[in-house]
Design a protein around this ligand. Structure first.
Ligand code: GDP
Length: 337
């Protein structure tokens, strides 16, 4: 298959810049270990064929381990340490694997979010879908303050009157369909088993809804559900104006976890406007959470409730329209004061 190598190179360069000196090299391989693309750090010209060859040999055993540990999705990760290097393997969709080669003494924690984000973008490039090579600055303990400032700027994108831009986040357990909802809303498409979200992706979508004069720009932040992201999650969740709390109507636990997600989101963004969404209503036979249950929880949390299917597209636009209306209403009130 053909893949846009220019885009891959641009992305790898951003990735390298984001990580800094600890990143010695980054390699994209296919599942057989064949190298598709690579980029070496400027100081690492000596990083020789030995390690590159080694990576190829490691792909299969590491993938086997990843598959065992993360039974779902095509975005699992694994690390491998040698005396000199630390390798992070990150599945990038069904075709590719991103291998990050770090100095042996480098910490992997700060690198993970970037690796996931890059892997997601690689998967999109392989899918032939639109993708920006820009990797936004995420968080690191050291300069959390500066980054927070940048994050705030990103959310408060300057808008002309009658136009609004809002940071929109999605909370809820893994696999409830958050990414699919965003994908349905942004691209009006549903990709079966596209991925299971482990990184964060940020997308923009400009919307003009029937019957509304204003243009709304949502800056959609699709969150990691996995626990290793708990640390950075607070920052992703903070300063959001609007959000979707999602559960899967065929998964009781995802419904029970809604109140925890609600708490976590509110502690990071106290003024957020939320809606509760019960997704996957196309799976009628498997349904275990019913409309009345959803409505009760929504009432308890004081937020609206809507049921959707990202698969068929049912009510997805309505959910986002509901959020848009809430945002316009809130803004009108704020402007009046
Ligand atoms: P996330 O982890 O919450 O972002 O969930 P994903 O969007 O990755 O979806 C998890 C799985 O559920 C994928 O296999 C999707 O194809 C599937 N899925 C998502 N939404 C729906 C839906 O409305 N109906 C059905 N039948 N499957 C869905």
């Amino acid at each position: 298959m053909s893949v846009d190598t220019k885009k891959l190179q641009a992305l790898l360069q951003w990735y390298m810049q984001s990580i800094g000196d600890n990143l010695l090299a980054v390699i994209i391989v296919n599942r057989e270990g064949l190298i598709i693309d690579k980029l070496f750090g400027s100081s690492e010209k000596h990083l020789d064929e030995e390690i590159v060859g080694g990576v190829s040999a490691l792909v299969e055993p590491v993938l086997t381990r990843i598959t065992k540990e993360f039974s779902s999705g095509s975005f699992g990760t694994g690390t491998f340490d040698t005396e000199e290097y630390r390798l992070i393997f990150c599945e990038a969709g069904p075709e590719a694997v991103l291998v990050t080669i770090l100095d042996a003494i480098a910490g992997v924690d700060p690198v993970f979010p970037y690796a996931y984000l890059t892997a997601e973008k690689i998967a999109r490039i392989f899918d032939g879908r639109t993708v920006s090579p820009v990797i936004p600055k995420l968080i690191s303990d050291k300069n959390a303050h500066n980054i927070q400032k940048k994050v705030n700027q990103l959310q408060k994108i300057k808008v002309q009157s009658g136009e609004y831009a809002f940071k929109l986040i999605l909370g809820g357990d893994g696999s409830v369909g958050k990414t699919s909802m965003v994908h349905r809303f942004v691209d009006d498409d549903f990709a079966k088993d596209y991925k299971s979200t482990i990184g964060t992706s940020i997308m923009k979508k400009e919307c003009k809804f029937d019957g509304l004069d204003s243009i709304i720009r949502f800056v959609l932040w699709d969150l990691a559900g996995q626990s290793q992201f708990k640390k950075v999650r607070q920052s992703y969740l903070s300063n959001a104006e609007t959000g979707i709390l999602a559960f899967d109507v065929t998964n009781q636990i995802s419904f029970e976890n809604i109140e925890n997600w609600h708490k976590e989101i509110l502690s990071a963004s106290p003024n957020i406007s939320l809606i509760l969404v019960g997704n996957k209503i196309d799976l009628e036979d498997k349904r275990v959470v019913f409309r009345g249950d959803g409505e009760k929880t929504a009432e308890k949390l004081g937020i609206p409730y809507i049921e959707t299917s990202a698969k068929t597209g049912e009510s997805i636009n309505d959910a986002f329209r509901m959020l848009a209306l809430q945002m316009i209403k809130n803004n009108l009130v704020a402007e009046d004061i």
